[in-house]
Design a protein around this ligand. Structure first.
Ligand code: ADP
Ligand code: MG
Length: 227
């Protein structure tokens, strides 16, 4: 599968006003991520990892610079177009699973597909296949509260890729898990990325997991740098 640039940041700046002072989180940040590539985002708490992921996921606007998703400049797009890209091309995984509590694992993974207009039968088949792939097929009919932390995160990952996105953004997806479970969940995530050829950026504090990714970047002086 030929690689192409899926995520590109050029000269991205983001500031927050705090009282009289301005907090510069990103400043002239450049970054690019190709299909099939997994990059770890490792930086101390409060340095801007979530901010960066939210910008890349089109959940926030940068104050300066431009973000391209699959070659499309996103800065001046309509909200409708940004929402369409977010739903179709981007999958997001959070530290806490954010699954819908009243729905089963299978239904949670069907949901984004139904919103995208897929027929119920196809959505169900794909959800079941993803659960099998994440090795939790036997938990399909369980609600989130009836799943372990590791199982919840595997369902959340399956949901994030349900619409076959180009880009997976994960914000400390294993931060809430014990080391052994974190390693197991990461294995599943990595296999999924390898098999689907999507591009992934994963914020983590876990240096052991970061070492297993293709590249490692951190935030320094508002820039995104390899280390
Ligand atoms: P990380 O995910 O690395 O812990 P964040 O991106 O959440 O860091 O936050 C980076 C910095 O920006 C922190 O100092 C945080 O307090 C500040 N910040 C984040 N979001 C906002 C906001 N909406 N308004 C003001 N400050 C914010
Ligand atoms: Mg964060």
């Amino acid at each position: 599968m030929a690689t192409k640039t899926i995520l590109k940041l050029t000269g991205v700046g983001r500031q927050y006003g705090q009282g009289d002072t301005v907090l510069s989180i990103l400043k002239g940040a450049d970054f690019s991520l190709k299909s099939g590539e997994i990059v770890a985002l490792v930086a101390p708490s409060g340095t801007g990892k979530s901010t960066l992921l939210h910008l890349a996921g089109l959940l926030e606007h940068p104050d300066e610079g431009e973000i391209h998703i699959d070659g499309e400049a996103c800065g001046n797009l309509s909200d409708d177009r940004r929402t369409a890209i977010r739903r179709g091309d981007i999958g997001f995984v959070y530290q806490f699973h954010h699954l819908l509590p009243e729905f089963t694992a299978l239904e949670n993974i069907m949901m984004p597909q139904l919103i995208a207009g897929l027929p119920v039968k196809e959505a169900k088949e794909r959800a079941a296949a993803l659960l099998d792939y994440m090795r939790i097929g036997h938990r399909a009919d369980h609600r989130p509260a009836e799943l372990s932390g590791g199982e919840q995160q595997r369902v959340a990952i399956a949901r994030a890729v349900a619409n076959a996105p180009l880009l997976l953004l994960a914000d400390e997806p294993t931060g809430n898990l014990d080391p052994e479970t974190a390693s197991y969940v990461f294995d599943a995530l990595q296999a999924l990325v390898r098999q689907s050829g999507l591009a992934a950026m994963i914020a983590t504090h876990n240096h052991e997991l970061a070492a297993r990714m293709d590249r490692r970047v951190t935030l320094e002086g508002g820039k995104i740098i390899d280390f």
